[in-house]
Design a binder for this molecule. Structure first.
Ligand code: MG
Length: 360
């Protein structure tokens, strides 16, 4: 009996994965040179570092839509990240892309979110105007590259270049402090695009589930959605949970089949487009508009968010005036990063409940 070594896993990748897939052998190196792990590929090692980080553990007390302390059955950013990772891994296997890379990126994709979701993000961005701003994706890179300093070498989790590049999506505010080697930006691997699509499927379906559970949306309203009707028809059942899980299956299978067609076509036409079919995109947009109207902008959610915003603004000013209240480890970065950025990093790392516990 011989065990499976890293080299064997790398050979498997070579045989099993599609030509467009990322090979862990070509993960792009780490900023600080390290010897290889005997058993895990580079992406598997990165995934494990992400899971063991304190930024990942804090996701359990961070808001998805509802404040994370509200009820035991609503999603937090951690349960959301796990759902995305499970889907991304499954979709990557089906498409013969690299499942370990997809999983690592999915688990890390929300690490940079501040407390109180998008309201927290907006608020910190305003408070950092003229000083590099704030954006959760760029913050995620800052966490894995620098802030998560468990080894004391100031290179954060020291992940591979390909994983770090995959985390950098969306707008980066001008002068936001991220590592030089991530710029200029390059096309991320297809696994990163896949995670992005799975993220959307996960939040659309679970937010609808949470909104129904909270009574902010009634089933008969949801039943007017095209996607709900298609799911209901396909499962031949009218129980809410069956329909919701059928919706996930419909979106997921459509993503895989449409992306598979794009991958096949791209063999002759350059970079493939990972994504859903046009029909499913229309149905997803309808669901998103529905959630915006009935859930994201509902008074119950908005009033929570207003309270979070006030708290963030008040506390930000207090830490600027009394830096001695910031924990020493974070404060020690002030010389390099400036006090304002230190306050921003510290507050972005807070969970909702930790923030609420602070005295204004
Ligand atoms: Mg997400």
């Amino acid at each position: 009996m011989t065990w499976v070594r890293r080299e064997d896993l790398e050979d498997r990748e070579l045989h099993l994965l599609a030509p467009f897939a990322a090979q862990s052998r070509h993960a792009g190196g780490r900023r600080l040179a390290e010897s290889e792990d005997p058993l895990r590929t580079r992406f598997q090692r990165d995934r494990d570092r992400i899971i063991h980080s304190s930024a990942f553990r804090r996701l359990q007390h961070k808001t998805q839509v509802f404040a994370a302390h509200e009820g035991d059955h609503y999603r937090s950013r951690m349960t959301h990240s796990l759902e995305v990772a499970q889907m991304a891994r499954g979709a990557a296997i089906a498409l013969r892309l690299n499942p370990d890379l997809a999983e690592a990126v999915a688990l890390a994709h929300d690490l940079g979110h501040p407390p109180f979701g998008h309201v927290g993000e907006e608020c910190l961005d305003e408070l950092m105007q003229g000083e590099g701003g704030f954006r959760h994706n760029a913050q995620g890179c800052r966490i894995v590259d620098y802030l998560e300093d468990r080894y004391g070498h100031r290179h954060g989790l020291n992940l591979t270049l390909l994983v770090r590049r995959s985390l950098l999506k969306g707008r980066i505010p001008e002068n936001f402090p991220i590592s030089d080697d991530l710029l200029p930006r390059q096309d991320p691997p297809l696994e990163a695009n896949l995670v992005d699509k799975c993220d959307k499927i996960a939040y659309l379906c679970h937010d609808l589930d949470d909104a129904l559970r909270a009574g902010l949306v009634q089933e008969k309203q949801a039943a007017e959605l095209g996607l709900w009707q298609a799911a209901c028809q396909r499962c031949g059942d009218d129980s809410r949970q069956r329909i919701l899980s059928e919706m996930v299956a419909l979106l997921f299978q459509d993503l895989v089949s449409a992306s598979d067609a794009a991958l096949a076509e791209a063999a002759t036409r350059g970079r493939p487009r990972i994504g859903s079919s046009d029909r499913m995109q229309v149905q997803s947009s309808e669901l998103l508009a529905f959630l915006k109207e009935h859930f994201y902008r509902s008074e119950r959610v908005l009033s929570d968010m207003r309270a979070g915003r006030e708290k963030i603004e008040g506390l930000f000013c207090r830490f600027l005036e009394h830096p001695a209240e910031i924990p020493p480890k974070a404060r020690s970065r002030a010389e390099r990063d400036g006090l304002r950025r230190v306050v921003c990093d510290y507050m972005a790392g807070m969970t909702d409940r930790f923030l609420l516990r602070q005295e204004a």
